[in-house]
Design a protein around this ligand. Structure first.
Ligand code: NAP
Length: 275
């Protein structure tokens, strides 16, 4: 019995050591992540006021999804734009008065060319469009996350949009052998080649969100990651941090026309006070 207790004690000790080592490595990797870390010394309030005065307009793709819905709320709360257009495959009903001035363009994503006017005259575009292989199959996933996203960006650019903010994913890499990461990397590169005055790419890790739609695998990952997010900060991010980062970043001046905000930069910018 004593032997068993001693073995169990040792095993627990080793396990703890392994977990701590993994956490330390991930923590190190997290802090060595490349990506813009905007200076926090800026006065966000005055930058936002300057931006507001310019009466700009924007559109959101994917405003019915988890990120898009919250991004819309953040934009309305901070009142940065004179006009906000939602471009999606279905019209949405909002109860709140704050939403009454929104413009909604319902488009057929299979015939986006026919909807070019919906993409005209916006200064800024936000893209939170996406599906999963589990939901739409591999072909459907590529169709949405690559074809629809790229075509929308092309139409927006042709319609005069100068800033494009793309929600991509941690690990996006056009050379990856994983379809998800490869498609995300490809679409990033192809949108960069369109030559927007400014392209901001956000690469969040697993989004911590109480998702309306049931996704059991993601639910499980979220439960595990949210309970130990302090140990593995590079593996997840609260969805509110993503949308706050996207909105705050809009008024900041990037150093280069294309910037990539990795998970750490999103957490930093998304945690900053905005008012
Ligand atoms: N989930 C994560 O942990 C995670 C992590 C990193 C990056 N990302 C990326 O972040 C982005 C946003 O993720 P999310 O979880 O916020 O998305 P989401 O909740 O699944 O919402 C996706 C949006 O895309 C639209 N959409 C999906 N399929 C469509 C189709 N066939 N035609 C037209 N519109 C379609 C949805 O419209 P409907 O409402 O009409 O369906 C919705 O507005 C995605 O690109 C995702 O890959 C996600």
């Amino acid at each position: 019995m004593k032997l068993l207790i001693s073995i169990l004690g040792k095993a627990t000790g080793y396990l703890t050591l392994v977990v701590v080592l993994i956490a330390a490595v991930l923590h190190y990797l997290d802090y060595s992540e490349p990506g813009a870390l905007p200076s926090m010394a800026v006065n966000m309030e005055s930058l936002e006021e300057d931006f507001r005065q310019q009466n700009k307009s924007c559109f959101i793709l994917g405003a019915t999804g988890e990120t898009g819905r919250l991004l819309l709320k953040e934009l309305l709360d901070r009142n940065l734009f004179a006009k906000i257009t939602l471009i999606g495959r279905r019209e949405v009903t909002f109860e709140d008065k704050a939403y009454e001035k929104l413009i909604q363009e319902v488009v057929d994503f299979e015939k986006l060319e026919d909807h070019a006017p919906a993409f005209q005259g916006h200064d800024v575009g936000y893209c939170c469009l996406g599906t999963t292989k589990a939901k739409s199959g591999a072909e459907g996933f590529v169709r949405v996350d690559h074809d629809y996203v790229l075509k929308s960006a092309e139409l927006a650019k042709a319609g005069g949009c100068s800033q494009f903010h793309l929600e991509s994913s941690k690990g996006a890499d056009k050379g990856s052998s994983f379809l998800y990461l490869k498609v995300k990397g490809q679409v990033e590169a192809e949108i960069e080649a369109l030559g927007f005055d400014r392209l901001s790419i956000y690469r969040p890790a697993v989004l911590l969100v109480e998702r309306q739609e049931s996704r059991p695998g993601e639910w499980m990952a979220r439960k595990v990651l949210s309970s130990c997010s302090f140990m593995f900060p590079s593996m997840s991010v609260p969805i509110q941090a993503v949308t706050r980062a996207m909105v705050s970043n809009t008024v900041l001046k990037p150093e280069h026309p294309t910037e990539i905000l990795e998970n750490k930069a999103i957490q930093t910018l998304g945690a900053s006070p905005t008012k």
